[in-house]
Design a protein around this ligand. Structure first.
Ligand code: BTN
Length: 248
């Protein structure tokens, strides 16, 4: 990537060779009240969901988008659905492959019966009372990078396609899809997400700091929660956590 290639994006771009995490830079910029896109070639302390480490070697797309959406805090959940959808659509368009979504926001490639993670989203929101002050959307996509042997569940586009892709094409398409989806009504977003979902209709295990829950993933509620039907036939609304697909 070079800065010239990233011109003409509808956000101010901050481009770095190496950072701890683009989330850290994004936070500084967000606190100044700016909207921007922060992109780095590598991250030394990449952050994944649930406090995990995110491997960020050269060749991947590691970026954080700072936006000031006119959403209420109640609608913030929509941002992860929008971001994962935009990422999936951009990958499909530029790489020409079909991808799926795993709740809450993993982008998955299916290879035979194996499900491998291509990309992930990390959302941080700052709100004052009910109004969102800013949202930082971290997006990590395994494009031309090597996959660490410590993350066997991951895969890169280069491994799938046996060739390298131009990262700027994916970034431009993703930002375009993201901006378009921001204008779409919430019910439609959730329906688009459900169409690509690998999770609904499956037996899953939800891992949450407060404990694990097993059940059938039924649907996504209008307020963005995963509806889980447990063994004792209760229906639980799950707003966050990690999801493991179990064999049916
Ligand atoms: C996940 O656990 O699936 C979310 C991964 C998010 C990784 C991206 S890479 C760019 C941004 N900076 C980070 O440190 N994390 C996010």
């Amino acid at each position: 990537l070079n800065e010239e290639e990233l011109a003409y994006l509808p956000y101010k771009v901050y481009y770095y060779k190496e950072v701890t995490s683009t989330m850290d830079i994004a936070k500084e910029i967000a606190e100044k009240g700016e909207e921007a896109l922060i992109i780095a070639e590598t991250q030394t302390k990449g952050k994944g969901r649930m406090g995990r480490f995110w491997y960020s070697p050269k060749g991947g797309i590691w970026m954080s988008l700072v936006i000031k959406p006119s959403f209420s805090l109640k609608e913030a959940y929509l941002l992860t659905y929008i971001a994962s959808l935009a990422t999936a659509l951009a990958i499909e368009k530029i790489a020409g492959i079909k991808v799926f979504l795993k709740w809450p926001n993993d982008i998955i490639y299916k290879e035979n019966d194996k499900e491998k993670k291509l990309a992930g989203i990390l959302l941080e929101v700052k709100a004052e009372i009910d109004k969102i002050d800013y949202a930082i959307i971290g997006i990590g996509i395994n494009v031309n990078n090597e996959i660490s042997s410590l993350v066997p569940e991951a895969i890169s586009l280069k491994e799938i396609l046996k060739k390298e892709l131009k990262r700027k094409d994916i970034i431009k398409e993703l930002i375009k899809e993201f901006k378009d989806l921001l204008k779409v009504e919430s019910i439609k977003i959730l329906n688009l997400w459900k169409d690509k979902s690998l999770t609904l209709g499956r037996k899953v295990k939800i891992i949450h700091p407060e404990g694990e829950k097993m059940g059938l993933a039924l649907d996504i509620s209008d307020d963005g929660a995963l509806l889980l039907k447990t063994e004792d036939t209760k229906i639980l609304k799950i707003y966050s956590g990690d999801c493991i697909h179990l064999r049916n």
